[in-house]
Design a protein around this ligand. Sequence first.
Ligand code: ZN
Length: 475
Amino acid sequence: MQYAGFDVYEKSINKINSARPVEVFMAKGSGKQGDFLVVNFGNGENPGFKGEKTAEGVIKAPLSHENADVMRKLFPFTSPSRVLGKERSFGLGDRLGIATPGHIKIFEKYDAYPVFAQQSIRELNLTNRRYEDVLDAASFAVFREGFKKEWGADGDHLKTAEDIQYALSLGFTMITLDCSEHIRNDINAANAPALPQNIIDKYIGKQFDIGEGTVLNFTEEDLRVINGIYGKAVAFAADMYRRFLKSGKYNADFEISIDETSTPTTPLQHYFVARELIDAGVSFATMAPRFCGEFQKGVDYSGDLEQFNKEIKVHAIIARHFKYKLSIHSGSDKFSVFPAIGKETRHIFHVKTAGTNWLEAMRVVAQADPGLYREIHKYALSVFSEAKKYYHVTTDLGKIPDVDSLANGDLPKLFENNDSRQLIHITYGLILSRKNPGSETFTFRDKLYDLWQKHEELYNQLLFRHIGKHLDLLV
Ligand code: ZN
């Protein structure tokens, strides 16, 4: 839409009604500079945006972090909120900084609240971004699309006080504490340390009636092993809570993640961790256990469905008993377990997906530029073993058809093939950061962003279809 001499995003037109009204909107730019804000303050005062003057009382302001901060103050809907207290929340993690407009369309339709900004430190490093970029991309997309529902920002899988401080200082509204480095998977009945008396007194010989006909009890051996595995993780979480969240200085929810560990969390372990945290005065909104079976990135659940259904039921009862929500990580594409998750949690949950918007972005490439897709696919094959160091996947490269023997029109079908999905899923960092030999220029990155910009509508449609399938089964 043409407006005031600019090619404007229609839904982005906002006014501040003061004695001298100020108008702010986003306009389409071209090339590397891309979109920008236009601030029209007439004969009033510039509310603080930095940019270049284009007419009397009008400035063109770049989508910088500084301007994002001004925008968030002026237009609170562009600031993240705490959404874990809502019945349904859904983490999306826009690794590329371009998926939020597509994600917005999904949450205009479904009764769930999005966490648009969600990134781990590992993802930041692999994509060469900072938390500032992640938050700003979400805020600008929300402004552009005029999305007025609340949305969250998650410092995902944080492991250190420094990283927690970093995310909170920028206004992130959720901290997912990764306790994995404090979980002792090497502990078993043979080497578990003796129990402290207070733990014995609290648990041994007791029946824990958590309602809904479910009673849990611990043998001394169970308890010794569980305390050995999780004792330090509980102490770590309590320490981080006291340092950062207890005072309420930061407006953020706390999620306890014990999922990135080598063995599934049994219901007894889940109960113990929750109970110990609560007894230590830790208030948390969600907990992510590791469920039985495999929750590998970008593909459906694999494992014993019957056991999963039995265990999710108890996990959900424990969460209800203690009044927090279950958080399901690596939730992308787990279509065969979504109905049970929806039912057992009574449709009250937090589900995180992350890489799935990257896979849809690569599906766009396969559809729109088969030549470029083939090049990237072959590069991914060549670096797969390196990427595998960071992810637990059971990909069989032998099951991926040769891209040179596939017709152009068949390339998008690779995204129905689990092995091919995982190949592209876990190599994203290497693909994006690949530089031409002996040069500082990116091999794929700039070409990809150009292509995604050109095919934005297609990308939004694919995201809507794919994430929508998740919500159809969960909500
Ligand atoms: Zn996780």
